[in-house]
Design a protein around this ligand. Structure first.
Ligand code: UDX
Length: 435
């Protein structure tokens, strides 16, 4: 049976490890953080990801999934070693590869026979090549290995589904041996006819960045169209729907809002611009997508000011949703958090509610916020209600009750959850995006 070792039991590593085990191979997930490994060994999952815990418990019980801090032993036992450690953003937008480099050294020291060493972490073009060189320099002269790039495209909140039913699998590899081993690992996906793109390492590394940057650009594009719709009286949803009916464009990722957030798009767009700079190229479109995205926060604040008549100081603002999107507890780069911080900065009083993101939000919010125990206590006695994240439970608010609870029925719906005509008919002073 294939033996796989995943180094780094964070988001990407853990989801990949658990899902590979479910493919029927032996998986050891490694992390240097013993608290994380203890949690995983007790059957708990340190991240919020629907479906992950059930799969973890099932595969642990069936003996295919282990968690350990003993990296050397895990590498020695495995035929495939995945690098899935963090690649944080440096202050200039470039990628910090120190964790990848440290792990590479450990792999080199523990090579005891042929292994495929695959990067799952999102790494700049050329990293696979330098990993190869580092191992060549540090390992025994007769060490046999291949370096492969196998990027992931997991969305938070649907990561298990994305892993089990991917649109495509990317294998950037140089030798037939490595390709065959990885194809065997992914063989359960043949049954559902998943397309495999087999290419060189550099191309695979770039596919990941190009895909994320393109999706981010799509979002910024529709956000600019929303601006134009607001100024011209057109409706952005109809524009997006009609655009999406053209199969060359596609309907996904054309939903306007307060901009993209999360752990991937902001970081990967910034990194791609830096990577291109390194190759002496100015990536104009991706830069524009980033610029448009930051302007969404300023624009959202303007909208809130529009309903209060320009003043925010002393106004009570109810903010619903703090995570960067629904079905996650992740608040990294969340537009909602940036909006809350901007509101506090302008002297507003903020009452916030999020179904799962409040604990994480507390770390990133600068200033005093009242964290409410439910939607309606957040709304109670507020001057403006701002909908920042489209959690399902915000889609069916008792609008009569909302109106009664508020000082003034002002709503800024940054996710276009409600219908403008209905809201106006109910007496709300309602603003949304691009309608
Ligand atoms: C993303 C990619 O989808 C995934 O393939 C990649 O590997 C990791 O990054 P994720 O960050 O989990 O996944 O979130 P995603 O669902 O893609 O949304 C990203 C952001 O874009 C969110 O803030 C979301 O609100 C925003 N978004 C998305 C829009 O504003 N409009 C859209 O139409 C789609």
């Amino acid at each position: 049976m294939l033996k796989v070792c995943i180094i780094g039991s964070g988001y990407v590593g853990l989801v990949s490890g658990v899902c590979f085990a479910d493919f029927g191979v032996d998986v050891t997930c490694v992390d240097k953080d013993s608290a994380v490994i203890e949690t995983l060994n007790s059957g708990e999952v340190p991240i919020y990801e629907p479906g992950l815990k059930e799969l973890l418990l099932k595969n642990s019980a069936e003996g295919r999934l282990k968690f350990t801090t003993d990296i050397a032993a895990a590498i020695k036992e495995a035929q495939i070693v995945f690098i899935a450690v963090g690649t944080p953003e440096k202050s200039d937008g470039s990628v910090d590869l120190s964790f990848v480099e440290a792990v590479t050294t450990t792999i080199a020291e523990n090579l005891n026979g042929y292994k495929v060493i695959a990067t799952k972490s999102t790494v700049p073009v050329g990293t696979g090549r330098s990993i190869e060189k580092m191992i060549r320099d540090k390992a025994r002269a007769d060490a046999e290995f291949d370096v492969v790039s196998n990027p992931e495209f997991l969305r938070e909140g649907s990561a298990v589904e994305d892993f089990m039913r991917p649109n495509r699998v990317i294998l950037g590899a140089e030798t037939q041996k490595a390709i065959e081993i990885l194809k065997e690992l992914y063989s359960p996906l043949y049954l559902i006819e998943t397309p495999f793109v087999v290419t060189d390492i550099e191309t695979a590394e770039l596919i990941k960045y190009a895909s994320n940057a393109f999706l981010a650009t799509k979002i910024s594009f529709i956000n600019e169209m929303a601006e134009l719709c607001e100024r011209s009286g057109a409706n952005v949803h109809t524009v997006a729907k009609a655009m999406g009916l053209d199969k060359r464009i596609g309907s996904k990722f054309l939903h306007p809002g307060p901009g993209f957030g999360g752990s991937c798009f902001p970081k990967d767009t910034a990194a791609l611009v830096k990577i291109a700079e390194g190759f002496d190229y100015d990536l104009k479109i991706v830069k524009a997508a980033m610029d448009v995205n930051s302007s969404r926060i300023i624009r959202s604040i303007e909208k809130i000011k529009e309903v209060t008549g320009g003043e925010l100081k002393g106004k009570t603002i109810a903010v619903l949703g703090l995570t960067f999107k629904p079905n996650t507890d992740d608040v990294r780069e969340s537009p909602a958090i940036k909006i809350v911080n901007a509101l506090l900065n302008e002297g507003a009083v903020v009452k916030a509610f999020d179904p799962v993101g409040m604990e994480n939000a507390k770390r990133d919010i600068i200033g005093e916020v009242t964290y409410s125990s439910d939607v309606y206590s957040a709304i109670d006695k507020s001057d403006v209600l701002v909908l920042c994240t489209e959690w399902n439970q915000f889609r069916r608010l008792d609008l009569e009750k909302v109106k009664e609870l508020m000082v003034e029925p002002n709503m800024v719906d940054l996710r276009n959850i409600y219908k403008p005509e209905k809201m106006k008919a109910m007496g709300f002073n309602y603003i949304s995006v691009g309608r």
